[in-house]
Every structure is written in structure tokens, then in C-alpha cells.
Design a protein around this ligand. Structure first.
Ligand code: AMP
Length: 173
């Protein structure tokens, strides 16, 4: 399945110079959406996974279906101020300024084997903050799975030693 041509490129969004990879066109295409989900499910079903950590907000779309299929807990990594109960936070640098991601302290247990799911890997800042939260809870990040990877930005190196799996790679950013 040629996911590369199904994911829409929008130039200059949200600001000039950015090539935005728009996965809404994948969501509109049931065979493509199902194919993408099955790639993750087939990969992770025999890896002894205890939980899926999905990253707000597009990671929720994919992560929830994967967790449902694997019959394992779904943990939400959310932007600052969204989670109501006791939580831990990690800040990370954006191009301009900082952002913060949070997880509930009771969302993972020690030694649980975890897969992180997000729609896109760019610089790796977001998911490296999520990895730190998982490690603070003494769970084990086994792999980070993405629909899209922008290899030019070397996010894969930033996430080391956690392995990266992606369905589609784009060389323009
Ligand atoms: P990063 O922390 O740099 O790896 O950025 C990853 C997050 O930013 C993901 O949650 C993406 O949804 C979003 N993002 C960054 N760059 C793009 C892009 N070119 N197209 C679409 N989403 C992007």
C-alpha cells in the first residue's frame, strides 16, 4: 500500500517553509487506515507488550486502536494542564520556546514493556520527553512507532537507545 501518496503534503502550514504531513487524508481512506494500523498490530502482537502510550493528539487516533487490538492498556501522554489526577511532567524545546507533556503517575507500573505511538517523528523532542516520563515510572520503552518519519531531522538519533519504527519516510521537511 502506497501510504506516501495517500498522506497529503500542505506547504507553508502552520508557517512559511514547513511541509506539513497531513494524515487526515489517510483517515479518510479506510483500506489505507486499516493497513497502517495492521502494520503496527502485526509488529507488536508478539513482542510481549504491556501498554501503549499514545501521544496527544494524533497519536491517540492510532494508539487507541492498537491498544484495543492488542488487548493492553492505553496510556495518554497529554499536553500540560489536561490530565486531572496526580501526574509527572517533562518540558522539551520547540523551535520557539518550550512545551510540556504529562502522564498520570498511576498509568504505568514498574517493568511494564511499553510502545509509544505518535503520528510523526520530526526532531524527536516530543517523544524523548515521553520516554523520560516512562522511565520515571520505571517502565521500559521497547520502541517508538510512527506513521511518518522525517529522517533529515534525525529524531531517530535523539531517541536512542529506544528503537524507532515508521511506516513512511519523507525527505522534504
Ligand atoms: P518533534 O517533537 O519535533 O518530533 O515533532 C513531532 C510532533 O510535531 C508530532 O506530534 C507531529 O504531529 C508534529 N509535527 C512536526 N512536524 C510536522 C510536520 N512537518 N507535519 C506534520 N506534523 C508535524
Amino acid at each position: 500500500m502506497d501510504l506516501k501518496n495517500i498522506i497529503r503534503n500542505v506547504s507553508d502550514f502552520p508557517k512559511p517553509g514547513i511541509q506539513f504531513k497531513d494524515i487526515t487524508t489517510l483517515l479518510l481512506n479506510p483500506p489505507a487506515f486499516q493497513y497502517a494500523l495492521n502494520c503496527f498490530i502485526e509488529r507488536y502482537k508478539s513482542m510481549g507488550i504491556d501498554a501503549i502510550v499514545a501521544v496527544e493528539s494524533r497519536g491517540f487516533i492510532f494508539g487507541s486502536v492498537i491498544a484495543h487490538s492488542l488487548k493492553c492498556p492505553l496510556v495518554l501522554a497529554r499536553k500540560k494542564g489536561k490530565l486531572p489526577a496526580e501526574k509527572i511532567s517533562e518540558s522539551f524545546a520547540l523551535e520557539y520556546g518550550w512545551d510540556t507533556i504529562e502522564m498520570h503517575t498511576d498509568s504505568l507500573k514498574e517493568s511494564q514493556r511499553v510502545i509509544i505511538i505518535d503520528d510523526l517523528l520530526a526532531t524527536g523532542g516530543t517523544v524523548s520527553a515521553v520516554i523520560k516520563l516512562i522511565q520515571q515510572l520505571e517502565a521500559i520503552p521497547i520502541e517508538a512507532g510512527f506513521v511518518v518519519e522525517l529522517p533529515v531531522l534525525k529524531g531517530r538519533d535523539v531517541l536512542q537507545p529506544v528503537p524507532v519504527f515508521s511506516l513512511v519516510q519523507f525527505d522534504d521537511i
